[in-house]
Each structure stands twice: as C-alpha cells, then as structure tokens.
Design a protein around this ligand. Structure first.
Ligand code: FUL
Length: 462
C-alpha cells in the first residue's frame, strides 16, 4: 500500500484528488458483498445440535442419532428474537465437530432425517427479512473417512448440499479452524482451495469466514473484542485456518499494510459455553458486559457475532431473549440523539444524515463540530466510507473550554482523547465532557480521509 504523507493534506491530497472530485480508492478495498456484510454490524450465532442434549461442548462423534430430539423446535421464534434484538442475520451450526448434520445430508448417515433445521431456519429468516448463514465444521469426529483424502470430497459434497440453492442465498459461511485431535488422533490435510471454490462457485456473495478469510477473519479470541487498532486488511498468504493461522496480533489488529481486505468478525457467547445447558441459565452476560462488547467490536471496526444457543426444546430461552431486548433498549437509548449539530467541513451535513453512502471528503485535516446546546457527551462515533478503502491511522480529539470564541489559535483547546484506526465504524469512549465545540485532527492517514457518518452521544452508564 502506498503511503501518502498527510502533512499538507490540504495541498498534496487536493492536488492528487482534485477539488470536489471523488478521491481514488486507496489500497485494498472491500467487495460489494463485504461492504454489505460489514453494514450488518451484528448477527446472531446459534449453537444447536447433539451437544445441546449431552451437555458437552465438543461432542465425541459417537452420539446416537436419536439424541437430537428437540421437543418444540421453533426457528421462527429464533428469527423473531434476532430481529427484535436488532440483528441482521443468523448463523447456525449446521454441523459441529461431532459430525451430526442438522439437515438430511445426502453424503452422511449421521444426520437429522425427520426435521430439516436448515429449511426451517432459512424460511424463517426470509420471512423476517434476516440473512441466513451456516457454520459447517471441517473437523468431523464421526465421519469414518476423516483423515483420508476421501473426506475432502465428502466435505465438499456436504458444502454442495447446503450451498446448492435449496436454502436460498447464504450470506456467510463459517470455516471453523478448530481441530482437537491429539498427536495420536486422525490428521486431515484439508483441501482449502477446493472448499473455498465450492462455496464461491455456488454462493459468490457468501462472505467466507476463517482465520485467513478470504471474506472475513476471526478476531483471534472468543470474547467479542477487536483491537483498538483494527485494520480490515491482512497478509494472509502462507497461512491457513487452524494451526497455520496468522499471529494472534494480526487477527486482532489486522495488518496495516495487509495485501487483502479481510475484515474482523468478533464472536462471543451470551452464556459461558457455546451450547445451551441448564446449569448456565443464570450466567448470562449482563447488559453492561454486552455494551462493553459492542463498543469493543462494532465500535472497533468489527462485525459482532453474538451466540444465543437454542435449548432442548429448540427454542431460545426467555431469559436470553429478555437480555437481548435489554441490550437493544440500551443501545437505542444511547444512540437515539446525535448531539453533533454541525460539522464544519464542506458537505458536513452528509456526515449527519444517517446515510452511509453519502460521504464527505476531509480536505482539511482539522475540523470542528458544534455540540447541541453544550450537552454532556462521552462517545464519539466516526465512520469511514470504506468502498474507497481504510485510510485513517490516527486522530486526536480536543474539546473547547474557552467560551464561545473558538477562533483563537492557541489556548482554549484541551486534548481529551486519541484514536488510531477508524474503518467502517469507530466508537471512541471519551471522558465525560461538556463543551460547545469539539475539534478533530486526523493526524495520519494513507490518503485524504473520506467520512461517511459522525456522531456524538452520551451513555449514562459509562
Ligand atoms: C470454536 C469451536 O471449537 C467451538 O466449539 C465453537 O463452535 C466456536 C464458535 O468455535 O472453534
């Protein structure tokens, strides 16, 4: 990626981009499907399968077929819950490491034959206007072919049966890198190129998740936390999902000069485990914890994938759904009112119109924001217009403390925070501040910054 020095952004960048003209994209840029995916912001993960009934997190693969017997399966309830919680899509563990398939998979005898959970859920998602995605574990503790080249073809066939169109469009495919086979266990040399090709031929718009993308990357932990610095670019060459994954720091923060657009997805469970078990019914994350996760994932340029497991009835328990509604209500109240009244840049109103596509080019690296009635705030939200790439690598925030006249060149401005990357969305927590004006300086960027939205908010619980 070519780095353009920002000092004199007003001269160099204006000359390069031309006044008023749209700047050229800079470095790797997202595909349309990746932009759409990023704009989903928050999706629901549902872990469901034999483990729901056995209480195990990793099934052995020796479970009997009749273990999986949901008594009141209701995928419409999942979809209604996800929608009401403000999620845009649901990803189901169609096959976990135990190998049991939640749909009648033609290449597996170890599957649900009476009830097709994928059919139920994909229909329910469509009815609720949600997108539907699948997790299909490559690691399989049941398939006798696992550990032989034949397994790769069987796995590809499994992918074909899900992605071939029977369940409609699939927005994300989750390639889990986990494999717990010990030194004496079976070792499978996965044919990743075959797996990726199979999905992309059948579902070209499906964003493929793994430790190395190609659509999006694991964030390197299961706490739902992305790096404060978080590039959507990654150097994935030479790495594979699982044991051959990039260093955790690259997963967490991306690579500043990464060659490919592979944004982070942060996964975490509402409960201590991924699968439902009665003993964890009273151990749900609190709304405060969920807000912290939200600010540390969506607020740090990642997509949040929040796991809400279904129980043995095949329903989301009332306690979990209630917590999701409380979480939604908190977010709605925090973000109900943007206290930024005016952004003093050309076309600054585009940053306050709530429309991602309308954007403003920041020809000047320092600009001011008028705060509505000097109301107190403690959050700053910035969004880059990512179809042109991720450009900003550092910025500074100052508050005016010198009365109504902010034209004084020195004094009166106090630094209150610094940030690094912005990307699709950055929500920076600030000390509680009361001022009439805020000043932002983009201290470093690859090219002239292009913002899509800006907001100033107050979270009374911070
Ligand atoms: C991991 C798996 O091993 C866990 O069981 C869970 O599915 C999590 C989301 O991914 O790699």
């Amino acid at each position: 990626m070519k780095r353009e020095i920002v000092i004199g952004l007003t001269t160099i960048a204006v000359a390069a981009a031309g006044c008023g003209r749209e700047p050229e994209p800079c470095g790797p840029v997202p595909s349309e499907a990746q932009v759409e995916w990023q704009r989903m912001e928050m999706n629901m993960f549902v872990h469901f399968g034999p483990n729901t009934f056995s209480g195990l997190e990793w099934g052995t693969g020796r479970e009997t077929d009749n273990l999986f017997r949901p008594s009141e399966l209701d995928c419409r309830q999942w979809a209604r819950t996800a929608k009401a919680a403000g999620m845009r899509g649901i990803i189901l563990t169609a096959k976990h490491h135990d190998g049991y398939c939640l749909w009648p998979n033609p290449v597996s005898a170890h599957c649900s034959k009476d009830v097709d959970v994928l059919r139920e859920l994909s229909d329910a998602c469509r009815e609720e206007g949600l997108k539907f995605g699948v997790y299909i574990s490559p690691w399989d503790r049941n398939d006798p072919a696992y550990g032989t080249p034949e397994y790769n073809e069987r796995y590809a066939e499994t992918l074909r049966s899900v992605h071939g169109g029977a369940y409609g469009p699939i927005f994300e495919h989750w390639f889990d890198g986990a494999c717990g086979e010990g030194p004496n266990g079976k070792r499978q040399d996965y044919d990743w190129p075959l797996f990726r090709r199979t999905v992309s031929e059948l579902q070209p718009d499906a964003v493929q998740f793994s430790d190395v993308g190609p659509g999006c990357r694991w964030v390197g932990n299961e706490n739902g936390i992305a790096g404060e610095t978080n590039w959507s670019t990654l150097n994935a060459d030479g790495y594979t999902p699982g044991a051959g994954a990039p260093p955790v720091r690259s997963l967490f923060e991306g690579d500043e000069h990464g060659a490919a657009w592979i944004p982070a997805e942060a996964d975490v469970s509402l409960r201590p485990g991924w699968f439902w078990r009665a003993s964890e019914d009273d151990r749900l994350k609190s709304v405060d914890e969920l807000m912290d996760i939200y600010y540390s994932s969506v607020g740090r340029n990642a997509v949040l994938l929040l796991n809400v497991p279904a129980d043995t009835r095949g329903k989301i328990p009332a306690s979990d759904s209630l917590r999701l509604m409380e979480f939604r209500a908190r977010r709605d109240s925090v973000f109900a009112r943007n206290l930024a009244r005016r952004v003093r840049v050309p076309a600054g109103r585009r940053l306050l119109d709530g429309t991602f596509d309308s954007h403003a080019v920041l020809r000047a690296r320092t600009f001011e924001i008028d705060i509505q009635d000097s109301e107190p705030f403690n959050l700053l939200l910035l969004q880059e217009y990512i179809p042109l790439g991720q450009r900003i690598s550092s910025f500074m925030v100052e508050a005016w403390d010198g009365g109504a006249d902010s034209s004084r060149s020195e004094g009166g401005w106090t630094e209150i925070a610094r940030g690094t990357t912005v990307g699709y969305k950055r929500i920076l927590r600030l000390p509680p501040t009361t001022t009439s004006r805020l000043r932002i300086t983009i201290t470093d960027s690859f090219a002239v910054p292009v913002l899509s939205e800006l907001g100033v908010y107050f979270d009374a619980f911070l």
